[in-house]
Design a protein around this ligand. Structure first.
Ligand code: PMP
Length: 361
């Protein structure tokens, strides 16, 4: 820390993203990207003529893309906010809806950025413990003070709440914002979108990074009541009105038009997930019931950290969190069937090695 750094950030522990090696030497199953590229029609949206227009600022209102998203989800453009990845929406929401009087609540095991934004904005954060089986204690959530934030499906467990439980949280206090982070919803969980018409306090957050194969383009959006979106726009225009570049806006529009391609990919990924879960169970793993594009797995003979390192040594990257309650697990992003075969072969090797040298814990 330099002597210039504000003392209010003295104890800020920043978010640590998963490894992003810049060569191709790994089978990359560590940051929940799609293993499939964007559709050909999406890629064609960035023409040379469009690149030649980069001398011009983008549309700060993102009107065309907001209209396309609104039509896709059956809402009005005034119900849509665009951002540079859904992380930026989370940042805007924590800034907009919380303060010294209004804290924020989220599960103790969830997306690692929630506590970081809470710390960044100096908010009191209430971490609601998940039960021993990682299921959500909805009653505790309903009793919490402040904005409620939950990922559905949750990360890194992949476990989803039914719509009825989300509605219970929404209706428990209509004066508190409920942010439902649906980064992984397209892989099999129930979306909260049908509740938008009924609850002004609902903010649904989506990303193009997973189901839309565009983690590299940085595009996220939120759907919510006009009142909530207006507040978030105030924050956006006070932060960075040009948060979306021209190319990403075009890619986003093209991807909405090619929705069938992406939904088909989601189905493929969900089917690969189910086959992978069965295979890992045969190999002795314990898994959470994931509805997302990843599996959360632990093995009685190998610690999470050992498994992570041994897989990395074999050229397969997965994610390990050195965190209480989950340090025995690894999170494995669902890749192509071929990538998953490489993973299984590496795991079989590691488990055989372990059997020969005695368990490592
Ligand atoms: N929410 C959750 C639950 C996530 O796992 C991620 C991915 N790290 C994000 C939000 C952020 O995704 P992005 O900023 O790429 O849209």
């Amino acid at each position: 820390m330099s002597r210039f750094f504000s003392s209010r950030f003295a104890s800020l522990a920043p978010y640590v993203p998963g490894e992003q090696p810049q060569d191709q030497q790994y089978v990359k199953l560590n940051t929940n990207e799609s293993p499939y590229p964007p559709s050909p029609r999406t890629r064609a949206a960035v023409s040379d003529a469009e690149l030649a227009r980069l001398n011009l600022y983008p549309d700060p209102t993102g009107t065309r893309l907001r209209e396309a998203i609104a039509a896709r989800y059956g809402v009005k453009p005034a119900n849509v906010l665009l951002a540079n990845g859904s992380d930026e929406i989370l940042s805007f929401a924590f800034m907009a809806f919380c303060d010294a009087e209004t804290p924020v609540a989220f599960p103790d095991i969830s997306y690692g950025f929630y506590p970081v934004y809470a710390a960044l904005y100096g908010l009191a954060a209430e971490e609601i413990p998940l039960r021993a089986d990682f299921s959500m204690d909805v009653d505790a959530f309903c009793a919490s003070r402040g904005m409620r934030v939950l990922a559905n499906p949750n990360a890194p467990t992949g476990m989803a709440l039914p719509l009825s439980e989300i509605e219970r949280i929404l209706s428990s206090d209509p004066d508190r914002v409920v942010l439902v982070d649906e980064a992984y919803v397209d892989f099999g969980a129930q979306t909260a979108l049908p509740l938008l018409a009924k609850y002004e306090n609902l903010l649904v957050v989506r990303t193009y990074s997973k189901s839309r194969s565009m983690a590299g383009a940085r595009l996220g959006f939120a759907l919510g009541s006009e009142a909530l979106i207006r507040d978030l726009e105030t924050i956006r225009f006070s932060t960075n009105p040009y948060n979306l570049n021209r190319l990403t806006l075009l890619l986003g529009e093209a991807a909405v038009a090619d929705d069938a391609y992406y939904m088909e990919n989601c189905k493929k990924i969900a089917a690969t997930r189910e086959r992978a879960a069965a295979r890992l169970k045969e190999l002795g793993f314990t898994l959470t019931p994931s509805q997302a594009n990843f599996l959360f797995a632990s093995h009685p003979a190998v610690s999470g950290e050992t498994l992570y390192s041994a897989l990395k040594a074999q050229g397969v990257l997965v994610r390990h969190f050195k965190k209480p309650r989950i340090s025995e697990y690894v999170r494995i992003t669902i890749g192509t069937p071929e990538q998953m075969e490489v993973l299984f072969a590496a795991i079989e090797d590691i488990l055989k090695g372990d059997a020969a040298c005695a368990p490592q814990r």
